[in-house]
Design a binder for this molecule. Structure first.
Ligand SMILES: [Ca+2]
Ligand SMILES: [Ca+2]
Length: 428
């Protein structure tokens, strides 16, 4: 690789910009990431994996998975909450402990309310058993009171969420059949909206004066503009007020990256709401480690240009992050990787060990570096790395410590990357 003099000059110029912006960046860091680009992970499995013997490593040393994520630029953690799950995990008590652990690290928290005792998704929205025989009006009250109670409980533990997801992948509604929409349930939109509004009121009624939480409905279909329009048109027409559009984008289910980009382009302008790709993942291998069947294992599930390698995973994440960040009117505010910690352990199999951001032995993959600080601010501590990566010798975009500076994901450190870094340093 050739490093022309202009790069060296720009590198030193960046140093001056860095120095003049450090104070501002430090102040921004104290703000719990609330205005920073959201680089999140869903770590809802983490306690269970740890209890099953899972250990994580970074640079060969064992470490707290959350610390590893944070040192790689992750600033938000998402936790799902089930009403009365069969296991001892993802209930209120265990979620409160994890939420405190997240908050104690100064990270942002996304609470993912499933309104079910188990997985809620476009094919399953089963009411909690405790609510199975309630009338619709009683269900409205239950949703309000439960939401108020769980948010109050978190608040009282010093772990008030920053963003609350009112339902999980509610593409066809929630709390079936009362809140079911689509197909023969198309007449149910008003009931579904009433349930969402009850949840929102429950959040608001849990807050003290001066506190605020951003509300995020969530559906899958990140690459399906027609379904996204259908969903958000319908809830907005029925007075559901919210802050953020949450979309899942699993590339083997939800379309191409181009379709995602076109969808974000439309939604950002159509609704003028912030958007987070709240679930995504990509495989670093098609191999597997245990007897629990994996979600992804076929080359036909991959996207052209993104092989199932650590580099392919890195390139996917880099490209996806840019697509979100480049949505119109700065409405793309982040993405969250689903279960990057779901390694296989002796006590718990994984359907996701080839989609994690750790290898089969729990060692952080180099692809994790792509998240690092790309959109959350550089500081003086990054200057030496900047210089070394751009001016060599030895610096190259394939080196883990340098991956984060390749903003345009072309596996080259060049003038375009300088422009992005300068922009990151000088802020909006
Ligand atoms: Ca497996
Ligand atoms: Ca580049």
């Amino acid at each position: 690789m050739v490093y022309p003099d202009s790069k060296i000059i720009m590198s030193f110029a960046l140093g001056a910009v860095l120095a003049s912006n450090v104070a501002e960046n430090v102040r921004g860091d104290e703000n719990s990431g609330s205005t920073a680009f959201v680089l999140g992970v869903d770590a809802s499995f983490l306690q269970r994996i740890e209890d099953s013997g899972g250990v994580y490593f970074s640079d060969g040393l064992p470490a707290d998975a959350l610390a590893i994520f944070q040192s790689h630029g992750v600033n938000y953690v998402r936790l799902r909450l089930w009403h009365t799950p069969g296991s001892g995990y993802n209930n209120l008590n265990q979620t409160m402990l994890m939420a405190q652990r997240v908050k104690s690290r100064g990270m942002g928290l996304v609470l993912d309310l499933h309104y079910s005792d188990t997985w809620a998704d476009p094919s399953h929205q089963v009411k909690p058993a405790a609510w199975a025989s309630l009338s619709f009006n009683e269900l409205i009250t239950a949703v309000h009171d439960y939401t108020q109670n769980v948010v109050t409980a978190l608040k009282n533990k010093g772990a008030l969420p920053d963003i609350i997801q009112i339902g999980n992948e509610t593409t066809y509604g929630c709390l079936w059949d009362d809140g079911r929409v689509g197909g023969s349930f198309e007449g149910n939109w008003s009931q579904f909206a009433a349930l969402l509004n009850a949840a929102i009121a429950g959040v608001n009624d849990s807050l003290d004066a001066g506190q605020s939480v951003r509300i995020m409905p969530h559906i899958d279909r990140g690459g399906d503009n027609a379904t996204c329009r259908w969903f958000f048109d319908n809830i907005l027409a029925r007075g559901v007020t919210f802050d953020i559009i949450g979309l899942s984008f699993y590339p083997w289910w939800h379309g191409t990256l181009t379709e995602l980009q076109q969808n974000l382009d439309d939604l950002a302008v159509r609704y003028e709401k912030e958007i987070i790709v709240v679930e995504t993942a990509y495989p670093w291998t098609l191999d597997w480690f245990d007897g629990t069947n994996n979600i992804v294992g076929l080359s036909s599930q991959l996207h052209v240009g993104f092989p199932a390698t650590v580099e392919g995973q890195r390139d996917f994440l880099c490209t996806l992050t840019n697509i979100v960040r480049d949505a119109p009117q700065d409405k793309g505010i982040g993405l969250m990787y689903w279960a990057p910690d779901w390694i296989s352990t002796a006590g718990m199999g994984s359907a996701w060990e080839n989609l994690a951001l750790f290898d089969f032995g729990g060692h952080a993959l180099d692809s994790m570096h792509v998240l690092s600080k790309r959109f959350t601010g550089f500081d003086l501590g990054d200057f030496a790395a900047l210089q070394r990566c751009f001016t060599g010798p030895g610096g190259s975009p394939s080196e883990p410590a340098c991956i984060r500076f390749d903003f345009d994901c072309d596996n080259d450190l060049d003038i375009e990357d300088y422009a992005e870094i300068a922009a990151a340093l000088t802020g909006p």
